[in-house]
Design a protein around this ligand. Structure first.
Ligand code: SF4
Ligand code: SF4
Length: 499
C-alpha cells in the first residue's frame, strides 16, 4: 500500500527516540505554486524573483522589526536539547533536521550571517551561513515539514516557538515568489469565493437540502439547515469540509440537531462559508484579515447576535487569538455571549442546563478516545476556566456515551501529538511525511485499542479528521474510526423529546 517505510507500532514506551537517519527526508517538499495567479492574488510575486536573496533578507529585516518574538527566539536558544525528541516528524522519520532546534537553525544561520556582527565577520565560528540556493531548498523542504503544532515549545525552557519561526520562514518565501501550491491556491479561493473548496451558494444550498432529507429519513424529524437567514440569532461558521467530506458532515448534522432541540435560530452564510483560514500557516496577517473579514461582514449583514465556530482547530485559533485584533471590535453582537464561541462551549452549556436529551446507550457500540488537536490544545482556550479546551470536549463525550478512555499521559492535553497533517501539510505530495508524522498518535491509539478496545477516535478539527481518515489504514486501523465530537452527540440526541 505504501511505497515508503511506515513505522511499526507496538514497542512501548509510546514515544521512543528514533534511530538517527541523516537526510532521510531531505528533498521531500510540497509542490510549489506553478500558476503565478495563485501567488499574485495574495499579493506575492508570481514566481521566484531574480534577486531573491536580497528580497528575502529585506523581508527578514522587516519581520525582525515587526515581531520582536522572532528575534528573541533566534537569539535565545542555548542548545539544551530538551526539544530534540519532541517533534512527531523527528520521531516518525529519524531525520535530525526535523529536530525543532535544527529546524530553527535553518533560519538562525541566516539571521546570524546578515544581522549579527559575529556572523558578518566570523561566520564559521558562529555557524552563520550565506543564503544560497541550497539553503533556500532546505528551507522550502524542512519548513514544510513542520505542522506548526507548538509541541516543542512546551518543553523549551525559553518557550521558543518553532511554529512562529516556521510561519516567518514561509512568509519570507512567499515574499520572494516561492509559495506552496496547496496552501496558496486554497487561500485564494477562500478570499475570492468564501470557502476553501470554491463552492458557489447553490452547491451549498443543495448539500444542505440533501442533509435535511437524510436527517428526516433517519429520525422522522424535520431539522432545518438554514442558509443566509437574516435575523437569526447565531451565525455558524464551520470548515467547508463539513459540507461534503466524511466524517465531517456527521458533525454538521450534530450541530443542526443541537440547534434544533435547543430551539435557537441559526444560519450558515454562503458569503462566509469557511471557518478555516490558511493564511495563518504562511504567516500572512494581511491575507488572514481578508479571509476573516468575510465573516464579520456576513454577521453584520445577517444581523445575528452571536457567532459560533464549528469543529476546526486552526479556525478556532484564528477566531480566538486573532479575530478581535484583525476584524474587531464585535460591538454589534450581543454582549451576553462570548465572542467568538466554540460549538463545544455552546453544546456543553446546553447540556449543563439540561436543554438537550442525550441517550448515552445509543453510542454503546463505541469505545471512545479523544485526540486533542494542536491549535485548540496549545494555541487557544475554550470556555471561562483555564484548561477548558481539554475538559469541555471530554465532558460532551462523557454526556453522549458510556465508554470513554483517555490515551496515555504525555500524549494528550498540552502534550498532545499533531495528527501529522496540520499547518498546511494536508496534501498528497507530502504523504510519506504525513504517515510518518502520525506515528506517535497511532502508537498511543494502538495502546488504548489493545488495552480497552477503543474503536472511535474523536477529534474537533477538520484537518485531523481528513488526515486520520487517510493515514489510519497505513497502521492497520479502520479508517472509519475517526469522527467528530458532535457525531457522538448526533447519535445520542433524542429529537423531539424536549419542549
Ligand atoms: S512546531 Fe510541531 S511540527 Fe514544528 S518543529 Fe515543533 S513539534 Fe515539530
Ligand atoms: S529546548 Fe529551546 S533552548 Fe533547548 S535546544 Fe530546543 S529550542 Fe533551544
Amino acid at each position: 500500500m505504501a511505497d515508503f517505510d511506515v513505522p511499526v507500532l507496538g514497542d512501548y514506551p509510546i514515544c521512543p527516540v528514533p534511530a538517527i537517519k541523516p537526510d532521510a527526508m531531505k528533498g521531500l517538499k510540497p509542490f510549489a505554486v506553478n500558476n503565478p495567479a495563485h501567488n499574485t492574488a495574495l499579493g506575492f510575486p508570481g514566481a521566484l524573483v531574480d534577486n531573491w536573496e536580497e528580497v528575502a533578507v529585506a523581508k527578514m529585516r522587516e519581520l525582525l522589526g515587526k515581531y520582536r518574538s522572532l528575534q528573541v527566539f533566534l537569539d535565545s536558544c542555548v542548545k539544551c536539547g530538551s526539544c530534540t525528541d519532541k517533534c512527531h516528524y523527528f520521531i516518525g522519520t529519524g531525520d535530525p533536521r526535523n529536530m525543532p532546534v535544527a529546524r530553527q537553525d535553518l533560519m538562525r544561520q541566516i539571521y546570524r550571517r546578515y544581522f549579527t556582527a559575529a556572523g558578518k565577520y566570523l561566520p564559521k565560528l558562529v555557524d552563520a551561513k550565506d543564503f544560497t540556493r541550497e539553503v533556500l531548498d532546505d528551507w522550502y523542504s524542512y519548513y514544510h515539514q513542520c505542522s506548526q503544532c507548538r509541541r516543542c515549545s512546551v518543553y523549551c525552557p525559553f518557550g521558543i516557538d518553532t511554529a512562529e519561526i516556521s510561519m516567518a520562514a514561509r512568509e519570507i518565501m512567499d515574499a520572494i515568489g516561492l509559495g506552496q501550491k496547496y496552501t496558496n491556491e486554497i487561500l485564494g479561493k477562500n478570499i475570492k469565493i468564501g470557502n476553501n473548496l470554491g463552492l458557489p451558494p447553490p452547491a451549498i444550498r443543495n448539500t444542505l437540502d440533501g442533509i435535511e432529507e437524510d436527517v428526516e429519513d433517519d429520525t422522522g424529524v424535520v431539522v432545518r439547515f438554514p442558509l443566509d437567514v437574516k435575523g437569526a440569532d447565531v451565525l455558524l461558521v464551520t470548515p467547508s469540509a463539513d459540507f461534503f467530506a466524511e466524517p465531517h458532515i456527521d458533525g454538521l448534522i450534530g450541530y443542526g440537531k443541537v440547534f434544533h432541540q435547543a430551539g435557537i435560530s441559526w444560519t450558515l452564510s454562503s458569503y462566509a462559508s469557511e471557518g478555516a483560514n490558511f493564511a495563518m500557516f504562511i504567516g500572512s496577517y494581511s491575507n488572514m484579515k481578508r479571509a476573516a473579514m468575510r465573516i464579520r461582514d456576513a454577521a453584520r449583514e445577517l444581523g445575528v447576535k452571536r457567532i459560533v465556530v464549528g469543529e476546526c482547530g486552526h479556525a478556532w485559533r484564528v477566531a480566538y487569538s486573532f479575530w478581535n485584533t484583525i476584524i474587531g471590535p464585535f460591538d454589534f453582537l450581543d454582549p451576553k455571549y462570548p465572542v467568538p464561541q466554540h460549538i463545544c462551549e455552546f453544546t456543553n452549556d446546553l447540556i449543563r442546563r439540561g436543554a438537550l436529551n442525550l441517550d448515552k446507550s445509543a453510542n454503546d457500540h463505541r469505545v471512545v478516545t479523544f485526540h486533542d488537536s494542536c491549535n485548540v490544545a496549545r494555541a487557544s482556550r475554550m470556555g471561562q476556566v483555564p484548561g477548558g479546551q481539554y475538559t469541555i470536549p471530554r465532558d460532551i463525550i462523557k454526556a453522549s456515551c458510556n465508554r470513554f478512555v483517555d490515551m496515555a499521559s504525555g500524549t494528550i492535553h498540552d502534550q498532545t501529538f499533531c495528527c501529522g497533517g496540520g499547518g498546511g501539510l494536508l496534501t498528497d505530495d507530502l504523504m510519506p511525511l504525513r504517515v510518518k508524522g502520525a506515528y506517535p498518535r497511532m502508537q498511543a491509539l494502538r495502546q488504548v485499542q489493545e488495552e480497552h478496545g477503543v474503536n472511535y477516535l474523536a477529534a474537533i478539527c477538520a484537518i485531523c479528521k481528513s488526515q486520520f481518515s487517510k493515514v489510519l489504514p497505513y497502521y492497520k486501523f479502520d479508517r472509519d474510526m475517526i469522527g467528530g465530537v458532535h457525531q457522538l452527540v448526533s447519535t445520542a440526541i433524542q429529537l423531539g423529546t424536549k419542549e
